[in-house]
Each structure stands twice: as C-alpha cells, then as structure tokens.
Design a protein around this ligand. Structure first.
Ligand code: ACM
Ligand code: ZN
Length: 473
C-alpha cells in the first residue's frame, strides 16, 4: 500500500471487502496520537486510538487507502504512532498576508499529513498582523508599510493590515477541530521595526523607525534597558495569550544586531550593572524576563537558535534550530534542552527547488551530528518565509511536495528518496483534490547531491560570505 507518512506496522491480506461501517474506540492504554486500524472480513473498520486525535489520524490513513484501492479495501491491520510529538508548519504572514480561506486550505492539507502545530509568524520588520485593543497603533501604524520592494517585485502603495481578532480566533478554532495547535510568534527583540514604528520610545534613543519595505536584517531593535520596553512587550504578550490558548508561544530571538545597544548609554549602564559583557547574553537577559512571565502563565516559550549563543538562556525555553551546525545549540540540547528542527538548507521551502530539491528535504536525518540523544528532539517544522511569495499559487507550489517530506520524517521517520516517491502518489493525488497546487514535477525531481554553485550564489545574495562559510563548516 501507498501511505505517507508511512505507518509503523502493517499486515495486509490479499482479500478485499466492501466497507459497511466504521466503529471507533478510545483505548487509554495507547499513546495519545497512536491508533490501531483494523479492516475486518465482515466489512467493518475498527479504529482504536489513545484519543480523538488518533482516530482523526486513522481516518486520514483510510482516505489514502480508498484512493489506492477504491471502495473495496484490503483486510488488514495497521498500528501507527508518530516519531515526534511536535510536527509543525510555519507561515510568515508579516512579509505577505494570505487570505483566511487560503490559510484554512493549508491547514486542511497539513492536518491530512498528520501535522499538529501551526506556527504563525505574525510580526516582523515589514508588518504587524495581530489586532490589539490595548495598543491601537499596532493596527494602524505597525501594520502598514508604505510600499513593497522585495527584489524584482516592486509594488506601489501602502501594504498591510492586521488580522482581526475574529479572523485570528477563527483560525484557532479551525485548527482545533483538526487537532492542530496554533503557536503565534511575536519576534523580539530584533525584527521589531514595525513595533518600533508605532512605539519609537521602546528603541534606544527613542529613534524614529519606519515599517520596513524590503528584506534584510535591521539594526532597529528593542532597548532592553527601558522599563517601558519590558512592560509594553509583556502587556502585548498578555493580549496575544488571550487570543491564542496554545501551550507553546514563539518569542523569536533571531538575527538581533547589537549596534544600537553599543551606543546606547542606558544599555551600557545596565550591562555594567549586571556585569554582562556579551551582547548575546544581554539579549537573553531580556528574553529571560519574557520567558519567566510566560512560564508563569503556563506557556512554553520557543526561541530561534540564534539565542543559544548567549549561554544564559532560561532552560525552560525550547530552542528552534534553523542555523545549522551550531555548536551552541548542541550544547543547549546535550545539557537537557529540547529542540525543534527546521534546518534552513533542507526545510526552508521558500528556497527554489534548484536550491533545495525534494530529495534534499527527504534526506534530512533529525539525529544531528554531535547530539547525544534523540530524546532532545521535540519535533520538526517546515517553514515558509514570504518576502518573495505573495500569491496563493506560488505559496502552495513552494510548500508542496516538500511539506509531505517533512511530515514523513516527523511522523514516519527517515526514508530513502526512492521509497518516498514510490509511496506518495495517493497522498499527492488527495492534496490535489483538496485544491493544493504542487510544485512542477520536473523541478522537484531535479536531484542534487553536491552543493551547487547556484545555491552558494543565492545564499551570497542574502547572507555574508563569512556567515555561509560558518554554516557549511
Ligand atoms: C530565521 O530564518 N531568521 C529564523
Ligand atoms: Zn538601549
């Protein structure tokens, strides 16, 4: 049979039966997402599962069986459970927004692939997307950039708005019905130009900042030395928590230049008072205040692995690995910290297929070199950044089929590329029936084993050569 993610254990007979009815049970001896699916000779399908989510996943498996076999299904037993408890996709709606209906379509596809987390990147330099009652300037100033200048796509005129509370909670409910938790991200203390455009008093020296119109890493970051900064940030997080009841919350922490802190008398005085000499530690001093506050509210914070560089990050946070071959991240994990893996050169789906072909995404082995235990890995996540993606068609074609590969590794473990291709036809056909447009076959079948020149050229456009060399070490 052709099922993706590949189930853990299957026993199939040659006999096929017309399905008459489906009976479901909760069996508390099974793990939460585990299910046992039996197609019996009398045409009954029996599903037992550890919880309702397991029943939901069994039904996704049945969809693929029906696609392959038609109405008459083979008498069989399938026992299945995920490798990782955290199986996520990420959508950046700060750079480009996508309609609620399109997001729902993606959620349906991801639920079908047995993913269970939606990391929603809602704030960045180029726009703020969470409606606020406490801070209306977030809705009016932070949400709008004056034009968009992303590479070859220049768009005149103002762009952006917030998703309303109604839209945000609609997505939360839609996900909940499909056993997906929505994890909002408010990225701090960098990637905050949009926030600072609304509240310049939170920047070092109250510097006027504009919502950015192009891609980049910007030096406009929050001033951690001001009482007002932490106070405002925590109040915004409180409001975000009211909308999103998730266990996890993403607090960013990536790409935070220290330039403003270096020339800010308040930052310098605070660093001296705290005895902090290193800007990574100074960043984490601020992150830790947020982590402490959100932990008290029962949340688990997720932080991009740039924050591993300061060795003082609160160990209650989960580290989100995107920068590869990072010794500081291994140090964090081997010391007992948990990781979510989104290695950029395998899992970032905004990279073209000639840079990251499907076989590369399939080939990622979560057991990182230097990691002592698989137990340190909470799970995997497939992100899509949208500086260069503004329409639904491109969004879908970049995400699929690579998201299928990540779902396979997250639920069913690593498989060889040919094995993956042999198994995924039913899954692909069903996604197409759901209205998902997959990337062109000739593009993603382009196999790459060595580092191509094109890939290096691409990276050079976006990162410094030193940075790339460091990544490739
Ligand atoms: C990232 O790609 N800046 C997390
Ligand atoms: Zn400062």
């Amino acid at each position: 049979m052709k099922i993706i993610p590949i189930p853990k254990d299957t026993a199939f007979s040659d006999r096929c039966v017309e399905v008459k009815k489906t009976v479901t049970y909760i069996d508390s001896s099974l793990e939460k997402e585990e299910y046992i699916l039996k197609i019996c000779e009398n045409g009954t399908i029996n599903i037992s599962a550890g919880s309702e989510s397991g029943i939901f996943y069994a039904k996704q498996t049945i969809k693929q069986l029906k696609k392959e076999y038609g109405s008459s299904l083979p008498v069989c037993i399938i026992r299945d459970k995920p490798d990782f408890e955290y199986r996520a996709f990420m959508l950046d709606c700060a750079r480009h927004m996508f309609p609620v209906d399109e997001i729902k379509k993606l959620i349906d596809a991801m639920a079908f692939l047995k993913l269970n987390k939606f990391h929603w990147h809602l704030t960045d330099d180029q726009g703020w997307r969470i409606e606020s009652e406490k801070y209306p300037k977030l809705n009016t100033v932070a949400a709008v950039r004056k034009h968009s200048d992303f590479g070859k796509n220049f768009e005149e005129g103002p762009y952006g708005r917030v998703y309303t509370k109604n839209e945000l909670t609609q997505i939360v409910s839609y996900c909940k019905e499909r056993f997906i938790e929505v994890i909002p991200e408010f990225d701090i203390p960098g990637h905050t130009s949009a926030l600072l455009a609304a509240f310049p008093e939170l920047a070092c020296g109250n510097k006027e900042v504009e919502v950015k119109t192009h891609q980049g890493i910007f030096k406009d970051v929050i001033c951690p030395a001001k009482e007002e900064s932490i106070d405002t940030v925590l109040k915004i997080f409180d409001e975000i928590c009211e909308i999103f009841p998730s266990e996890y919350i993403h607090i960013g922490g990536d790409e935070t230049p220290s330039k403003q802190w270096e020339s800010c008398p308040e930052c310098q005085a605070l660093m001296q008072k705290l005895g902090i000499k290193d800007y990574h530690e100074y960043q984490n001093f601020f992150m830790n205040k947020v982590i402490a506050h959100l932990s008290e509210k029962g949340k688990t914070c997720i932080v991009w692995n740039d924050a591993a560089k300061g060795k003082n990050l609160d160990s209650r946070a989960v580290m989100h690995y995107w920068k590869e071959n990072d010794k500081a991240t291994l140090y964090f994990a081997n010391g007992g910290g948990k990781l979510i893996l989104s290695p950029f050169s395998y899992y970032y789906t905004d990279y073209d297929y000639d840079i990251t072909p499907l076989n590369r995404t399939v080939s990622f082995n979560p057991m990182l070199k230097g990691l002592n235990s698989k137990e340190s890995i909470l799970g995997l996540e497939v992100p899509i950044w949208t500086e260069y993606i503004s329409d639904n068609e491109r969004l879908e074609k970049m995400l699929f089929p690579r998201a299928i590969a990540v779902a396979q590794t997250a639920w069913g473990g690593n498989v060889d590329y040919h094995h993956f291709l042999m198994k995924f036809n039913s899954c692909k056909d069903i996604l197409e029936e759901m209205g998902i447009q997959l990337g062109d076959v000739w593009l993603w079948k382009n196999k790459r084993t060595a580092m191509p020149v094109g890939w290096l050229k691409f990276l050079k456009r976006n990162y410094s050569l030193d940075y790339i060399k460091n990544q490739l070490k």
